[in-house]
Design a protein around this ligand. Sequence first.
Ligand code: NAD
Length: 422
Amino acid sequence: MMKISIIGSGYVGIVTGIGFAELGNEVIFVDIDESKINLINSAKPPIYERGLKELMQKNKERFYATIDYNEAINKSQITFICVGTPPNPDGSINLDYVKSAAEALGKALKNKKDFHTVVIKSTVLPGTTEDVVKPIIEKESGKEAFEEFGLASNPEFLREGNAVYDFFNPDRIVIGVKDEKSKEILEQLYNSFNCPKLITDIKTAEMIKYTSNAFLATKISFANEIGNICKKLGIDAYEVFKGVGLDHRINPSFFRAGIGFGGSCFPKDVKALIAKAEELGEDPKLLKAVIDVNEEQPLRLIELLKKHIPDLNGKTIGILGLAFKPDTDDIRESRAIPIVRILLNEGARVVAYDPKAMENFQNIFPQVDYAPSEKVLESDAVLIVTEWGEFKNLNYKGRIIIDGRRIEKAKEEARIYEGVCW
Ligand code: NAD
């Protein structure tokens, strides 16, 4: 049993902390957002993630949240920094949250007598833990890293929508360390996990995270490029990928065409890696193409729509799905954003439904009408943007459906049906 503090209680922080609590540890969450603190203290999830609410209820004696760094650091032996690392407008990584978390943590560490380990779980570019975080904590605490406090990297690979499952069933755990004490404490903390555990130096651990996300994003953009060619040839890209994915060197998972990837990770992490590569004098041609393909892909849905409704002005267009993927309320970089923007610019009235993400979407698009799925289906044409399970059971009979996510029932039932890559 360990005493753990988690700085940043968003998607990664809350799932990680509650996961550790379920394993018997005591967890203190820290956030700057008081509304999240209050929710956590009433055992309510600050974000939607399947199974999280139940786990919070079950383990409510084992965790609490505070805005007080001193208390959190003093009452724990290890801290995970899980704050956001969003992109700057030029695509480079914005480390403001990481820096301010490191600063506050360093100040709190100053008066602590016992050894404390700080672990960076936020996705940060190789070198960040040692070149950015370490000097800040050392300055604020007056202590020396790897001697008087531990510092490590433990990148997170969970998938939003499956985050709780992924916490307990990771493919691997990557631990980037330099000091022996931090290595021991992390090994002990993850002792009950059966997956491969890779111990590396800190920079390598950071790079593993970027390389994983860059590869997965590449796999999607590759599938989309092939899918676009298939569409022109009148070939179903899904059949093609089935045949190709059976090659064990390729693997069928995550090999799908559609309208591209969104979310808080792939777009920003690939862009951050591009910016870093360029800073190093490299020209990452492939990674740039991955982003280009991804940005053009949602526009294909509009092109297909216009094949059937050339002038969108005054037409009602329905949108099924606003979240960047199913089973989440997260709309960061959702493909629905550029699609809805274009529809509105062209004078269409947009009616949208999403099981979880309507509230978040409404904050950026108040001019969209939000309605139940049956109402959305009454539109002049409907675009399927997110692959929610419940969309597999809707009645598409008589409708014009432009599908970005391959919903078989829509394919079978719609009066007019277009799939983006099939
Ligand atoms: P998020 O925006 O959901 O949560 C970040 C939290 O940090 C927020 O609650 C915010 O209020 C809090 N915060 C910001 N500054 C703070 C500070 N100084 N002190 C305390 N709290 C502070 O972000 P997220 O999606 O959980 O991502 C966190 C990190 O994990 C990012 O680096 C991301 O790239 C990485 N990551 C995310 C996922 C994912 O699926 N979301 C998966 C793997 C890795």
